[in-house]
Design a protein around this ligand. Structure first.
Ligand code: CP
Length: 313
């Protein structure tokens, strides 16, 4: 693997999931692979899970890790070719990406959507800027439109907990007071397309995801109907895509409850707002897989870094 920018970069999903589960059983098996190799984690946005699990994955592989909160500690980056840089932006992506490439062997980047300008967000200027100008592999730790490490952890979790060959998996929108990006649901949908599952998306009208992402997916606007006989319910808020970045409503009736969940397993990428997105009774029940999902972030990152290290050896 050269880069890990989207779920499509991993090749065969089932093989990758099996490899991640094997790494989980024996995490230090490949600790020589990353000897004298360094990963640099650049954060333009906050994180708990991604930061610690990617660091842990790299350490399990014997790598050195450098972490920088670029958004608050780095120079403000210019991305336009030919820009006259007489404003607030002190450094161009061309130099920044090449300089980072001198210090490490892999660079991993988190840069969220701003949710103000759809075209700008979909251009993925930070991630694609590093891909264009860095001379080392680039890993996506959540970009404007994708969170492929989360999606891989989610599919590992489903694999570990499914008791039937073709489970019913429901992606349900939930209310949230703030506008959130589309990266997690986009990657979850893309990953579900590669899975053996009955997949249903449910959300209020106006919350349609990018139609190119959901093309061919079953979408049901009645949440209770969508949840019938579900085996896994993945709950996530996202802002409107058509009225880009807007919170259209915060209808409490869409919050996930124990009664609506039934016997299904509950999934969420975290962080989650209790009693807004999902009620306490669900998160505190044995049906909740959220801590296991967070644990699997390590092995999702580890299988990705292992594949990249094998390619650059
Ligand atoms: N799920 C996830 O990416 O968590 P963090 O934002 O804390 O990294």
């Amino acid at each position: 693997m050269k880069h890990y920018l989207s779920i499509h970069d991993i090749g065969d999903l089932q093989t990758t999931v099996n490899e991640a589960i094997a790494l989980k059983k024996n995490p230090y098996q490949f600790e020589q692979l990353g000897h004298q190799k360094t990963i640099c984690l650049l954060f333009f946005n906050n994180s708990l899970r991604t930061r610690l699990s990617t660091q842990k994955a790299a350490m399990n592989l014997g790598m050195e890790v450098m972490v920088m909160n670029f958004g608050s500690e780095g120079w403000q980056l210019e991305f336009s070719d030919g820009a006259v840089m007489d404003g607030g932006k002190a450094e161009h992506i061309k130099e920044a990406a090449q300089v980072v490439s001198q210090y490490c062997d892999i660079v991993a980047i988190r840069a969220f959507a701003g949710l103000l300008d759809k075209k700008k967000d979909e251009a993925e200027e930070v991630l694609n800027g590093f891909k264009k100008y860095a001379s080392i592999p680039v890993v996506n730790m959540e970009s404007s439109v994708a969170h492929p490490l989360q999606a891989l952890a989610d599919t590992i979790t489903i694999e570990e907990h499914r008791i039937i060959e073709r489970p019913k998996v429901v992606l349900s929108w939930a209310p949230h007071p703030k506008p959130l990006p589309h990266a997690v649901p986009n990657s979850f949908v893309n990953m579900m397309r590669l899975q053996e599952a009955e997949f249903v998306i449910t959300h209020p009208k106006g919350y349609e995801l990018n139609p190119e992402v959901t093309k061919g997916c079953k979408i049901v606007h009645n949440q209770r109907q969508a949840l019938e006989n579900a085996n896994f319910v993945y709950v996530k808020n996202w802002s409107s895509y058509s009225e880009y970045g807007k919170v259209l409503h915060t209808d409490k009736n869409w919050m996930m409850t124990q009664e609506k969940l039934g016997d299904a397993k509950f999934m969420h990428c975290l962080p989650v707002r209790r009693n807004v997105v999902v009620e306490d009774a669900v998160l505190d029940s044995l049906q909740s897989l959220v801590i296991e999902q967070a644990n699997n972030r390590t092995y999702a990152a580890q299988v990705v870094l292992k594949r990249i290290l094998e390619n650059i050896k």
